[in-house]
Design a binder for this molecule. Structure first.
Ligand code: UTP
Length: 288
């Protein structure tokens, strides 16, 4: 019987170069989609999947991302005094949403290195990793399906999505055997393959359920040519001594870490809001 997944790690210490200059001084994960920062969508998905311990991995100067989830007594006092009960409820609900801690990655030495920074907080138990840029709208939540699969197979689970052939070079791609119902057994993983030689069109997208032995695998994984420790390389190492599974995304994913993806995600989530959708739709039609 697999131990329950209680902790989720959010690596958020990257440079965010694809969306500069917005991210020069400001953390990418706090850019808002409508009125919630990108990272809040991921935390809400984790909580809806039954995972309430959140470890944020941020760059050392970033105090804002943790503050977003912490109580803000001065703001709460003003809202209370002014009778802004709805806003007060929103602010209080946010600090009660999850149990959030922050660890720092001194330098952006890769996603695998960022995950390693969370080791003391995670301890010796299974955990999830959510890349905040990948904002997913799914019912049931993607992470919930993954933890259900984890409970069934008792080993690491990756989330995959079919991508157009020409896009495989931007992702980690799996070579896999289909087991049915959107579940795969992973045979191999290749980081950013050439479309001509890629083993499949199944791209790893930003959700992982991992076992703690991945930390040792990452410790043993050297830096790549760019000086970064890649999570995919650590997973390959793990695959040498245990099976890995993948489940296919059922839902809509936005990569909010690039300009067009960010804009699409903003419009997508605004159109799901009854208070905004009619007027936004009318505006978009006017532009056409
Ligand atoms: P990305 O490569 O997609 O994001 O990393 P990035 O590095 O921030 O942005 P670009 O590509 O330069 O625009 C995926 C996730 O891993 C985190 C990022 O913050 C992002 O959430 N990450 C990446 C780290 O925490 N540390 C790193 O060293 C690298």
């Amino acid at each position: 019987m697999a131990a329950p997944v209680r902790t989720v790690v959010f690596p958020a210490a990257g440079l965010g170069t694809r969306i500069l200059p917005a991210t020069k001084a400001f953390p990418k994960e706090l850019l808002p989609l409508v009125d919630r920062p990108i990272v809040q969508y991921g935390v809400e998905e984790a909580v809806a999947s039954g995972i309430r311990r959140v470890v944020l991995v941020t760059s050392p100067g970033n105090t804002m991302t943790g503050a977003h989830f912490a109580p803000h007594p001065a703001l709460e006092a003003v809202l209370e005094e002014r009778g802004k009960t709805e806003s007060l409820a929103v602010v209080r609900a946010l600090s009660a949403l999850a149990e959030v801690t922050t660890v720092h990655q001194a330098q952006p030495l890769g996603l695998g290195h960022a995950v390693l920074m969370a080791r003391p907080e995670v301890g010796d138990e299974p955990f999830a990793v959510v890349l905040p840029d990948d904002v997913i709208d799914a019912d049931p939540p993607a992470l919930r399906r993954m933890t259900d699969l984890f409970a069934a197979v008792g080993g690491p689970v990756l989330l995959v999505e079919r991508v157009p052939r020409e896009a495989v070079q931007r992702y980690g791609i799996i070579d896999a055997k289909a087991l049915g119902q959107g579940v795969f057994e992973v045979r191999d993983l290749v980081e950013k393959p050439d479309p001509a030689t890629a083993p499949s069109d199944l791209a790893i997208v930003g959700r992982y359920v991992l076992t703690p032995d991945v930390f040792d695998a990452l410790e043993r994984t050297g830096a790549d040519a760019g000086g970064e420790i890649q999570l995919t390389d650590g997973l390959r190492r793990l695959l040498e001594h245990r099976p890995l599974h993948a489940c296919e995304l059922v839902g809509t994913r936005h990569d909010a870490g690039n300009r067009l993806g960010f804009l699409k995600a903003s419009v997508y989530f605004a159109l799901k809001r009854p208070d905004l959708a009619p007027q936004l739709r009318a505006f978009l039609t006017e532009l056409d």
